[in-house]
Design a protein around this ligand. Structure first.
Ligand SMILES: Nc1ncnc2c1ncn2[C@@H]1O[C@H](COP(=O)(O)OP(=O)(O)OP(=O)(O)O)[C@@H](O)[C@H]1O
Length: 346
């Protein structure tokens, strides 16, 4: 298929996402507007992983973004890897929330979105995968009101340990959404997607991140709070009893006792029939100024894979979470700098 690249609609750690239109699709096999996720050689592995996971998952789940194919191009002398995806005209939930200036969404809307994400997660988990990077920036809103999970660049087979080049184990995901067992033991099973979902629900409801943190504070202090001790992410005070109970089930520290996506789908917070009266069928026009960079703040390390913390053979052998977190803090004090809206972790 020949295609024409359009305007940029999003940036990720590994890629740039633009619009794309097919140029000579006489068969009509492709939609008139697609999203194309493009990466140079640095992001090629992540894109290849995303393609493999989406192909393996197949097209049977309405809550997972569809992959429409791939292509390679040479642009400005550089080889680009391109992944075609169905286009979410209303962008991500992160960009949607950003437009509300710190306000949250109505609880009925959050319940509906949460149900959709849970159906996607149940499908992903049933197929033996963990998403590993669930957050509002990776949940897409479509013009017809559909909500789908996207960005499978870090997804992996549940139980598979990801070894880095030197044989260590990498920390992956975004610290603000990490599960205690991921911080403490490098575990990234399907269970770890559930606290991430809980954090996304809190953010949808309140417009604020589930873990509070002081501007400029070291992200290791956040990891210590997530991994060690009894503190839980904040639950909005004006939330219904059902909502509070739902979040409590998501935030159970022990992954073995935590509710699964399948169980949560039967929780009354999402299992009720909701009318659609608060759904605005607005197709938000994409404007250049709406393009946002991810991460937006020092704690939103999108898909953060720490090269410096992957001396994880050490981490693996440590018994206590306190030791593991302390070691991380000691071995991986990152040199991180903020340029425009970007945080670079070295
Ligand atoms: N299919 C799509 N339709 C519309 N917008 C999209 C689509 N896919 C991605 N985007 C936009 O581009 C942004 C970046 O995409 P994505 O998260 O997949 O890239 P990434 O490089 O894997 O990013 P990261 O890993 O940092 O989250 C998204 O947050 C979203 O705003």
């Amino acid at each position: 298929m020949e295609w024409v690249r359009g305007e940029t609609i999003g940036y990720g750690t590994f890629s740039t996402v633009t619009l794309a239109t097919p140029a000579n699709d006489v068969s009509g096999a492709f939609p008139q507007v697609m999203a194309v996720k493009s990466a140079d050689s640095h992001g090629a592995a992540s894109l290849a992983n995303e393609k493999w996971v989406l192909d393996t998952l197949g097209d049977d789940c309405d809550e997972i973004v569809r992959c429409l194919g791939e292509d390679r191009t040479v642009e400005n002398g550089e080889e680009m890897h391109n992944l075609f995806l169905e286009f979410a005209s209303r962008g991500s939930l992160a960009s949607h929330l950003k437009k509300l200036n710190g306000e949250g969404l109505p609880e009925s809307t959050v319940r509906r979105h949460t149900g959709s994400v849970l159906r996607g997660l149940r499908y992903i988990h049933a197929k033996g995968f963990a998403h590993c990077d669930l957050k509002l920036g990776n949940i897409l809103l479509f013009g017809d009101g559909a909500v789908k999970i996207a960005d499978f660049g870090l997804a992996k087979r549940a139980g598979e340990v990801t070894a880095s080049v030197d044989g260590g184990v990498q920390i992956r995901g975004t610290p603000l959404y990490m599960a205690p067992e991921s911080v403490n033991d490098n575990e990234y099973g399907s269970e770890a997607d559930v606290p991430a979902l809980g954090c996304a629900v809190v953010e949808m409801l309140s417009g604020k991140t589930a873990w509070s943190f002081k501007e400029g504070s070291h992200f290791m202090s956040l990891l210590i709070r997530i991994g060690v001790g009894d503190e839980l992410p904040r639950i909005p005070e004006d939330l219904s009893e059902q909502g509070r109970d739902f979040l409590t089930k998501c935030f159970v520290k022990d992954p073995k006792k935590r509710w699964t996506a399948e169980m949560l789908l039967n929780h009354p917070f999402v299992a009720v029939d909701l009318d659609h009266d608060d759904f605005e069928e607005v197709d938000i026009q994409l404007k250049t100024e709406e393009v946002f960079a991810s991460p937006r703040c020092p704690f939103e390390f999108s898909s953060w894979v720490s090269a410096s913390s992957d001396s994880g053979t050490q981490c693996h052998t440590l018994e206590a979470p306190e030791e593991r977190v302390a070691t991380l803090a000691a071995v991986s004090i990152p040199d991180w700098s903020v340029t425009n809206n970007w945080v670079i972790v070295r």
